[in-house]
Design a protein. Structure first.
Length: 112
């Protein structure tokens, strides 16, 4: 069974797409927690960071660099946060690795 993100990647479900390349897609979160809240989603269906292998290192680096590039594009020079939720206690809601990029407001610490 496909995850929500696989259905978005396959265009079975519409999304507000900010960026797409061969390895990932970046969409605007439908329940934003900040004025800018996008998700950087690998096209490879990895359930969560804890299940990534060492062979996924290049993909994981690509996700981080894509988040950086999107932060520049969306003018988050004053600061932003990158978050990866892992497992139920980590706040994971979709079992498909994704990177949250949040900005355009003062973010609190600790976050949760």
């Amino acid at each position: 069974m496909s995850t929500l993100f696989e259905k978005i990647i396959d265009r079975e479900i519409p999304a507000n797409i900010e960026h797409e390349d061969d390895l990932c897609i970046v969409i605007h979160d439908i329940q934003p927690q900040a004025p800018v809240h996008v998700l950087v989603i690998p096209k490879k269906p990895l359930p969560r960071l804890a299940e990534a292998s060492d062979d996924d290192g290049e993909l994981l680096g690509h996700l981080m660099l894509t988040a950086r590039n999107i932060a520049r594009k969306l003018e988050l020079a004053n600061g932003f946060r990158v978050v990866i939720n892992n497992g139920p206690d980590g706040g994971e809601s979709v079992p498909h690795l994704h990177v949250h990029l949040l900005g355009k407001r003062q973010l609190e610490w600790p976050p949760g």
